[in-house]
Design a protein around this ligand. Structure first.
Ligand code: BES
Ligand code: ZN
Ligand code: ZN
Length: 508
């Protein structure tokens, strides 16, 4: 549990806490620290430090621990470099807040007092995000290990007081509360996505989603069994699931908190609980990472987790098709032709291009059943996206400029980087089939776009955007901002989407 409070500098008790002080290159931190006598003692000491060393610590992201015993109250101080004040944007603050928390945790401190970072409430959101998201660790299966040594025992409480010069009011409290709900959604999603594939199969994912149901009927969860999938003609999902003993499921979460006649936003997330590639089997190197092929679904569940607690006045439907893609005597094969939910046919040329098959059915079902005002999907869809954009930027493709614009604008705020790729008609030509409406792979070129072109066949003309999160859903070679993206699932997209949904209410 991480407990974050905001307090005025005059009201805090510095006793036995680790004091964390941010230093700007140009010493402008001095202005935000006020006249607190305890901090004055600290700064008098800091002034005596070697200038060269001090200048080094003031650089962005650098830090030094001062083992002080200035008096019985001030025992330990962590100095952390904030660099150039002009460059300290929300992304940097989020990262610094993460570094500060991890550094303190590493040194064995769990009670922190942080003066100076928080000149006004604008920095509060990234501070709470950086602290909360950095202290997350997937340790469910580490519980038996001994925790001797200098690390905190697992799940130890952490308390951080952020200090301001002003008196703090309800506005600060409500921002902390809101950000805590958002981060809890990210953590819920990370826990699911990090879970191993022998624990989380489609049925287990569905069971976990059922916990999102609330008592006041705002959030309703429905899980479609294989029989129901058959009845609805969701043959894309059924075909991909055929190779596994674990039957496919389609999870539907309906959140209704606006008038009945308001069209919902539809969210769709790919949840392949393990992607071996099927008959077109993947190489064994790093195949274990394909437990993360459920990340799109977990992101959507994380959004729904936060949404009901934020109580946003909006209608949202989430659909998560979930399968395990396995090779076996009952598996679907290259050469199969599938009639999809919307009647279009698909020639399967590679069973590893399974994500688009399950998403296509979910999109078609969602669009026809719910008549949404917009559709947004999240999927670890193509390795090609990692080649194109690396591991810090997700691909974004869609059919509606306003929707893309709004998503880009939310992305700028939350620091989850995205880049639009084009969906010209030529890409649709690349997936034409000789024997069916389309085939499930294009050629070697433009792999992320041909995958999206495939999906575009299933959304009619509803405004639609597709996030390819193959490179960003979990930490991989090259992942930056590791402080608040600890090893494993990142929950990329949840904060962005919640901002988008909130903004969509304000601009109604
Ligand atoms: N789940 C993978 C995509 C993926 C690969 C995500 C690596 C993250 C890291 C997807 O199902 C897949 O295998 N796609 C194929 C498509 C190809 C056969 C057209 C790919 O990207 O190689
Ligand atoms: Zn695959
Ligand atoms: Zn996959």
């Amino acid at each position: 549990m991480v407990n974050i409070t905001v307090a005025s500098m005059d009201d805090v008790n510095f006793d036995n806490q680790l004091i964390v002080i941010g230093l700007y290159e140009d010493d402008s931190h001095l202005k935000t620290l006020g006249t607190n006598p305890i901090l004055k003692v600290v700064f008098d000491y800091v002034k005596t430090l070697d200038k060269k060393n001090l200048d080094e610590v003031k650089k962005y992201g650098k830090s030094i621990m001062l083992g002080l015993n200035l008096n019985e109250k001030i025992t330990n101080v962590l100095l952390i470099g904030l660099g150039d004040p002009e460059k300290l944007d929300t992304n940097r603050i989020r990262h610094i807040a993460g570094l500060m928390s991890l550094k303190s945790k590493d040194l064995g401190y769990n009670r922190l007092i942080v003066p100076g970072f928080l000149s006004d409430s604008t920095n509060l959101e990234p501070l709470v995000e950086g602290i909360t998201l950095s202290l997350y660790e997937y340790n469910r299966f580490k519980k038996d290990s001994t925790t001797d040594g200098d690390h905190l025992p697992l799940d130890q409480d952490f308390s951080i007081t952020l200090c301001t010069l002003k008196q703090t009011g309800e506005d600060y409290k409500s921002i902390v509360k809101k950000m805590k709900i958002i981060c809890d959604g990210v953590i819920y999603s990370r826990d699911l996505a990090n879970s191993p594939p022998n624990i989380i199969n489609p049925a287990a994912l569905a069971k976990s989603a059922q916990e999102l149901e609330d008592n006041d009927n705002k959030t309703i969860v429905r899980v479609m069994s294989l029989e129901e999938l058959e009845k609805e003609g969701l043959n894309g999902i059924i075909s991909v699931g055929k190779g596994s003993q674990n039957e496919p499921k389609m999870i539907i979460v309906e959140y209704n908190n606006s008038s009945q006649d308001e069209k919902p936003v539809l969210l769709v997330g790919k949840a392949v609980t393990f992607d071996t590639g099927g008959i077109s089997i993947k190489p064994s190197d790093r195949m274990d990472e394909m437990k993360f092929d459920k990340s799109g679904g977990c992101v959507v569940l994380g959004i729904m987790h936060a949404l009901s607690k934020l109580n946003l006045p909006i209608n949202v439907v989430a659909i998560i098709p979930s399968v395990e893609n396995m090779p076996s005597g009952t598996a679907y094969r290259p050469g199969d032709i599938i009639r999809m939910h919307n009647g279009k046919t698909v020639e399967v040329l590679n069973t590893d291009a399974e994500g688009r098959l399950i998403l296509a059915d979910a999109l078609s079902y969602g669009v026809s059943k719910y008549a949404p005002k917009s559709v947004i999907d999240f999927a670890t869809l193509t390795g090609a996206c990692i080649i194109a954009l690396g591991t810090n930027v997700a691909g974004l493709i869609g059919n509606n400029d306003k929707l893309i614009h709004d998503l880009l604008s939310s992305s700028k705020k939350t620091g989850e980087k995205i880049w639009q790729l084009p969906l010209y008609d030529e890409f649709l030509d690349l997936i034409k089939s000789n024997v069916a409406t389309m085939k499930n792979i294009g050629g070697r070129t433009g792999g992320t776009i041909t995958a999206a072109a495939f999906l575009s066949h299933f959304v009619n003309n509803v405004p639609w955007a597709h996030f390819d999160i193959a490179g960003t859903a979990w930490t991989q070679d090259g992942t930056s901002d590791r402080s608040y993206n600890p090893k494993g699932s990142t929950g990329f997209g949840i904060r962005l989407m919640l901002d988008f949904l909130e903004e969509s209410i304000e601009s109604k």
